[in-house]
Design a protein around this ligand. Structure first.
Ligand SMILES: Nc1ncnc2c1ncn2[C@@H]1O[C@H](COP(=O)(O)OP(=O)(O)OP(=O)(O)O)[C@@H](O)[C@H]1O
Ligand SMILES: [Mg+2]
Length: 343
């Protein structure tokens, strides 16, 4: 186990900078999620940490040592890729033991290790099967067990669950988190799925175009986005952002509710909300429509998320008075997109 420090790290391919002066500090035993849209540099950063890609500038430290010039093997890192490939002609047991075979470990010890890793992921009954005799979720567990069997210092995962359907992904997330907690291994997990990031990470680093925009706990990143990029990347649907004079006003759909659901003494802003569309998601409902500001004549499109059991009757084509607590309003600079202090 080790702490990982990424200091002023940049990576260029030719003239194109794809990782731009990134600084991230990952404590020993921490679970960090690297979150960002496709092409923002997540895999490139992970490959630099693993030693599979040269670093153009900056330093990567693992366990208190600069590893810029250390081979992947010496870094003792386990990495699971999106397209984890199991050896099809080998049994599950042989797949998992594979990384240990080169270490001249005796057979007894190898069996012990493989059984430990298999037990961690609930695949101990599958050890004699071939990969083709496994479900997608089981294969994925074998790939992770194989990566972990060497007891690495750092665990890197690059969208390891993207081949799984939504239900399997949720249970795999839970397993992975329990495993990480049990073993306490420093973990960096790449995803472009913000729901995955919210559920898994101790901290989330939100990236766009090679830059880290914010690092924080899932709560911090969700409730107090550092800029409009983070505000519009986190949440589904994302934060409502409305340009207004010299500010961009932001509020989460779940904080934009019919006025009678809030206590006016708490300090609220009200808006007349013309409903154009309604979507029932089961436990929640999304209400789409337009709001109008006195200061501008144009209408702004926004969305509200209401709990279905709130039992509020909303109809398309009607106008309702909605409100937001002042403490739930966020303000961003119109030019830079950075968060401003509330005013
Ligand atoms: N070997 C390479 N040569 C040139 N450009 C590359 C190379 N590898 C990656 N890139 C570019 O660097 C950028 C970042 O790629 P990277 O694979 O790190 O993105 P990512 O965030 O992992 O995206 P995704 O979510 O789609 O996997 C992309 O624009 C990509 O085209
Ligand atoms: Mg990638």
């Amino acid at each position: 186990m080790a702490q990982v420090e990424i200091r002023n790290v940049s990576k260029s391919f030719g003239d194109v900078k794809v990782v731009d002066n990134v600084n991230i500090f990952i404590k020993e035993g921490e679970f960090l999620v690297l979150l960002g849209p496709s092409g923002c540099g997540k895999t490139t950063l992970l490959r630099m940490i693993a030693g599979l890609e040269d670093i153009t500038s900056g330093e990567i430290w693992i366990g208190g040592k600069v590893v810029n010039n250390t081979s992947p093997k010496e870094r003792n890192i386990a990495m699971v890729f999106q397209s984890y490939a199991l050896y099809p002609h080998m049994s599950v047991f042989e797949n998992i033991q594979f990384p240990l075979k080169n270490q001249r470990m005796n057979k007894e010890k190898i069996r012990e290790k493989v059984e430990w890793a298999a037990g961690m992921f609930g695949i101990e009954k599958l050890l004699n099967r071939k990969p083709r005799q496994l479900s997608g979720g089981e294969r994925q567990r074998v790939a992770i067990a194989r990566a972990m069997v060497r007891s690495p210092n750092v665990f890197l995962l690059d969208e390891p669950l993207s081949n799984l359907d939504a239900k399997l992904r949720a249970s795999a997330r839970e397993e992975l988190q329990q495993f990480q907690e049990k073993v306490g291994i420093t973990t960096i997990y790449v995803t472009h799925d913000q729901i995955e990031a919210m559920g898994l990470g101790d901290h989330i680093a939100v990236m766009s175009k090679g830059k880290v925009h914010q690092i924080g706990t899932p709560k911090e990143v969700y409730n107090n986005p550092a800029d409009t990029f983070v505000a519009s990347f986190m949440g589904s649907p994302p934060m409502n952002l409305i340009e207004k004079d010299d500010s961009i006003l932001g509020f989460r759909p779940e904080n934009f509710v019919p006025i009678d659901m809030l206590n006016a003494d708490e300090g609220i802003e009200t808006l007349e909300f013309f409903v154009t569309w309604f979507e029932d998601l089961g436990s929640d409902s999304l209400v789409y429509g337009n709001v109008k500001f006195q200061s501008s004549s144009s209408q702004k499109h926004v969305v509200s998320r209401l709990q279905s059991r709130a039992n509020i009757k909303i109809e398309k084509g009607k106008t309702y008075t909605f409100a937001i607590k002042r403490q739930d309003l966020r303000f961003f600079d119109v030019k830079t997109g950075y968060k401003k202090n509330a005013h």
